[in-house]
Design a protein around this ligand. Structure first.
Ligand SMILES: Nc1nc2c(ncn2[C@@H]2O[C@H](COP(=O)(O)OP(=O)(O)OP(=O)(O)O)[C@@H](O)[C@H]2O)c(=O)[nH]1
Ligand SMILES: [Mg+2]
Length: 225
């Protein structure tokens, strides 16, 4: 199996839709999921590069595995559910510390999924990024500004200079795995951000990504642990 050039990890509480986002992006559809056990990974070719994307379990009982999955990650997607404020709070309380094992120049994205459930979204108009209001849905509990504030706190926690890292507005997304809203924008936005890191690493001869042949996972989209 070809060695991935970089590693991207999805973290977040159970039920926020991490697996569904990955299915939507990789398989172009929304399908029933079961709560993830341990973790799973996909391989994605992006231009000349191979990216491994790791889906992790949000359930508390698998929490101990999180920092292992984050080891040497170049990008972490912290995912919450826009209809559930607690899921945003958990990112800071429970998941951020797991990223201590990621690369120093790791890029972070904060993603609010299930936007389709909220009164901030109209599926009839889900075209070209439009998102007018309707009245008949759940109240949105987390605003994009809350996610942006979290992103800024993450940068502080990582002791990264806000003027050097990607702008918060560029790294906070709202998505719907169900309708596909902004899912390509999320993954491709993150891929484009990390490509310069691969180029830099290759140029300096420090290619330190995980060798999948050694870390013993399976074919694309297989479960492990
Ligand atoms: N309406 C709606 N439901 C969603 C969306 N994304 C996921 N779901 C549903 O939310 C539930 C949980 O989705 P998963 O993708 O399994 O969540 P997860 O974050 O992978 O959960 P764990 O594996 O337990 O950590 C499922 O019933 C999905 O169908 C979305 O964008 N909109
Ligand atoms: Mg899952």
């Amino acid at each position: 199996m070809k060695k991935p050039d970089l590693k991207l990890v999805l973290l977040g509480d159970m039920n926020v839709g991490k697996t569904s986002l990955l299915h939507r992006y990789m398989e172009r559809r929304f399908q029933d999921t079961v709560s993830t056990v341990g973790g799973a990974f996909y391989l994605k070719q992006w231009g000349p590069y191979n990216i491994s994307i790791w889906d992790t379990a949000g359930r508390e009982q698998f929490h101990g595995l999180g920092s292992m999955y984050c080891r040497a990650a170049s990008a972490v997607i912290l995912t919450y559910d826009v209809s559930n404020m607690q899921s945003l709070l958990e990112l800071e309380d429970r998941f951020l510390g797991l990223t201590d094992t990621a690369n120093d120049d790791c890029i972070f994205a904060v993603v609010g999924n299930k936007i389709d459930l909220t009164d901030d979204y109209d599926s009839e108009s889900d075209m070209e990024g439009e998102r007018p209001r309707t009245s008949s849905k759940i109240r949105k509990q987390v605003d994009l500004e809350d996610a942006i504030a979290l992103y800024k706190r993450i940068m502080k926690y990582k002791m990264l200079d806000e003027n050097v890292v990607p702008a918060a507005e560029k790294m906070c997304f709202e998505t719907s795995a169900k309708t596909g809203y902004n899912v390509d924008g999320l993954f491709e936005g993150v891929f484009n951000m990390v490509v310069p890191l691969i180029v830099k690493k290759k140029a300096s001869g420090h290619d330190e990504t995980v060798n999948l042949a050694q870390s013993k996972p399976e074919k694309s989209k297989n479960r492990c642990c």
